[in-house]
Design a binder for this molecule. Structure first.
Ligand SMILES: [Zn+2]
Length: 348
């Protein structure tokens, strides 16, 4: 019987969580007020919006209806984060929530391309230092280890992605261990970012990419074969082509699956079992995360419970074990994480 206390006590590993997307709604409203920016973001180039569309409501600033609406909500949150103290607050609140759920190891996405888009003169290194300091303080107090992955963000194109890849290399001393590729997958395909990923890899960074979320199986293949991504964010649409599922299984490329995110952005249908069940059954290495938990009003614990409801109670531990193995943690950290999970499994 999985009690709430047992679920909380299970050690957890987080591999697909965007730090900006963990900003609590109340903090978002406060930061937007502090910097005098709106709670919603509507770029001209995003196409026509109904003129009577109400502005985001302070009681529910994270309301959105589809994938594009989600990207705009993420943009609005990022615009409210304008200086190092904001990032310190963001990280501190994330860490408080992570400790409460017994997250013991996390690789978090940060999106400096988006920060720079909204705040041309922002001191990225100072913001990352603030995040790192908050992480270090929590590591000393609670033992949680956090590494960072700089998302190159498709929507700003190749030049911006290369600039961010260079920034990522320069910030290895602040705990940056890799680069990722989120954003508008349908309009900015993996292949145009090949050189950015090669540069990051040659400079000692891990490479992961969102794929098979808002675009189909070919996008997953491109992320694996062209970008040489070591893990795929989402990847659920790999199921549209059995040869791509085989590719993931043969090359042991783990998937970071975020069920609620997929339902709310409309890339998975709410009435059907989530594709994670078929991916798991096909032999893919499935890991579970919450993507942007505050924006999606969920938590890692909720996502694990939900995944286990579909894939069986043993999936809780199995998906967590997958996440330990799929992580980029050093061997000694992985060994420690395995032991903690084993101890939990025995108790459970
Ligand atoms: Zn994501």
């Amino acid at each position: 019987m999985l009690t709430a206390e047992l679920l909380r006590a299970m050690p957890k590993v987080q591999l697909h969580c965007h730090l900006e997307g963990t900003l609590r709604a109340t903090s978002f409203v406060n930061l937007a007020r502090k910097h005098g920016v709106a709670l919603s973001y509507r770029p001209h180039e995003a196409g026509p919006f109904p003129e009577d569309e109400p502005p985001a409501d302070a009681s529910d600033p994270y309301a959105f209806h589809d994938f594009e609406g989600f990207l705009l909500a993420f943009a609005a949150v990022s615009r409210s984060l304008a200086e190092p103290d904001d990032y310190r607050l963001l990280a501190s609140e994330y860490l408080e929530d992570a400790v409460a759920q017994n997250v013991v190891y996390a690789e978090l996405f940060v999106s400096p391309s988006v920060w720079l888009f909204f705040h041309k003169t922002i001191d990225v290194r100072a913001c990352m230092t603030a995040i790192r300091e908050a992480c270090e303080a929590t590591r000393r107090a609670h033992g949680i280890e956090v590494a960072l992955i700089a998302d190159l963000t498709r929507n700003f194109g190749v030049e911006s992605a290369m600039r961010t890849a260079k920034l990522a290399v320069e910030m290895k001393d602040l705990g940056v261990i890799g680069v990722g590729l989120g954003g508008d997958e349908a309009h900015y395909p993996a292949e145009i970012f090949k050189d950015c990923f090669a540069f990051a890899r040659e400079n000692g960074l891990h490479c992961v990419a969102h794929a098979g979320e808002s675009a189909g199986a070919a996008s997953v293949r491109a992320a694996v074969e062209i970008l040489r991504a070591e893990r795929i964010g989402h990847g659920i649409r790999a199921l549209e082509d059995p040869s791509v599922v085989r590719l993931l299984v043969d090359r042991k490329i783990p998937l970071e699956v975020c069920p609620t995110s997929n339902f709310l952005t409309g890339v998975a249908l709410g009435e059907a079992p989530h594709p994670l069940v078929d991916l798991d059954a096909a032999g893919c290495t499935v890991t579970i995360d919450a993507d942007d938990p505050a924006i999606f009003k969920t938590t890692l614990t909720d996502e694990l419970v939900y995944a286990a409801e579909m894939a069986g109670d043993d999936a809780l531990v199995r998906f967590t074990r997958n996440a330990i193995e799929a992580s980029f943690a050093p061997a000694e950290t992985k060994a420690r994480l395995r032991k903690r999970l084993e101890a939990f499994s025995l108790e459970g």
